[in-house]
Design a protein around this ligand. Structure first.
Ligand SMILES: Nc1nc(=O)c2c([nH]1)NC[C@@H]1CN(c3ccc(C(=O)N[C@@H](CCC(=O)O)C(=O)O)cc3)C=[N+]21
Length: 297
């Protein structure tokens, strides 16, 4: 039986509707419009596309969107000064510094400078620690989007075997924390894992976040498993031009999986929806309101 396709684009549209409803309520009942500031340092065509679509989504949700495009030669001190200003700006509830930053800037230092309450990426060590200890954190957007899709597809995740492939701070590690919080038995596998296919074959839930095009194939997948593909790899087409593929060999894996996310149209759109969701969450917390329904982990 062919796998169910998890339509991330359609689900993201639903999440964005929810975001919009919360924004309307914040504006009408509290006179506050959530604001998101995105900071981009240097020129990177892929980043610029992403920043533009984020700005558009932010405005469509009825929120304030601010973009700061800084020259590639911007000093670390100048970037830190801008973050300080955004931290103090009452109209800004979320701050995102697009990664990667140029080599002469220390990314860890920059992330540490963001007010943890405005850290909508969830990359500040305070938020990492809060998530790891089961406290109220800002949760990284991509893992949050993956979790929302898994819950939507599977209902309760309790007791399931989950294997996360990839140990990055932005996806693998926080994804594992969220799955653990939902009572999965969690394995983080990576490039040094012995018998990676054998480890992945145990999984009811597979989250692939390695950055290697089409790495995961059907022999790795337990029949009926749910497969979330976080990879976004641009590869050359034989006939010229490029196309986006994930870390999962979609056509192949779809033959055995129970459900699978496509690339594009899977995790990517959910990441943007969750960025908006996190901005609303940050705004609600600042105002001392209840957690916005359907937008948090
Ligand atoms: N501080 C920070 N936070 C981030 O969240 C962050 C970042 N830096 N740096 C870059 C990556 C990349 N990223 C994407 C989000 C959505 C799509 C997305 O929506 N992709 C579409 C396809 C877009 C296309 O066709 O090119 C899809 O998957 O359907 C892609 C990439 C967030 N990132």
């Amino acid at each position: 039986m062919a796998a169910t396709v998890i339509d991330g684009k359609a689900f993201a549209a639903k999440v964005r509707e929810r975001v919009k409803a919360h924004v309307t309520r914040l504006v009408e009942e509290h006179g506050v419009m959530p604001g998101l500031a995105v900071v981009l340092v240097g020129e990177n065509p892929a980043s610029e596309v992403y920043v533009r679509s984020k700005g558009k989504a932010t405005r469509e949700a009825g929120m304030k969107s601010v973009e700061h495009k800084l020259d590639a030669a911007t000093s670390e001190a100048d970037l830190l000064a801008l973050i300080g200003e955004l931290n103090r700006d009452e109209t800004i509830h979320g701050i995102l510094v697009q990664l990667p930053v140029p080599d002469h800037i220390d990314a860890d230092k920059v992330l540490a400078a963001i007010d943890p309450a405005k850290d909508v990426d969830g990359f500040h060590i305070s938020n990492v620690g809060l998530l790891g200890t089961g406290q109220k954190a800002m949760v990284p957007c991509t893992p949050l989007g993956c979790l929302m899709m898994l819950r939507e597809e599977l209902g309760s995740l309790s007791g399931m075997e989950a294997v996360v492939i990839g140990r990055s701070n932005i996806v693998g590690k926080p994804m594992a924390q969220l799955l653990l919080k939902d009572s999965c038995t969690v394995t983080i596998a990576h490039s040094r894992t012995r018998d990676l296919p054998g480890v992945v074959r145990r999984a009811d839930i597979v989250v692939a976040a390695v950055g290697r095009p089409n790495m995961v194939t059907s022999e790795w997948i337990k029949p009926g498993a749910t497969v979330i593909d976080v990879g976004i790899n641009r590869i050359e087409k034989p006939e010229g031009g490029t196309r986006l593929v994930g870390d999962v060999d979609y056509e192949d894996v779809a033959k055995v999986a129970g459900a699978i996310t496509p690339v594009p149209g899977g995790v990517g759109p959910m990441t943007i929806a969750c960025l908006l969701a996190n901005t609303v969450t940050a705004c609600c917390r600042k105002l001392g309101l209840a957690e916005p329904e359907g937008l948090t982990a």
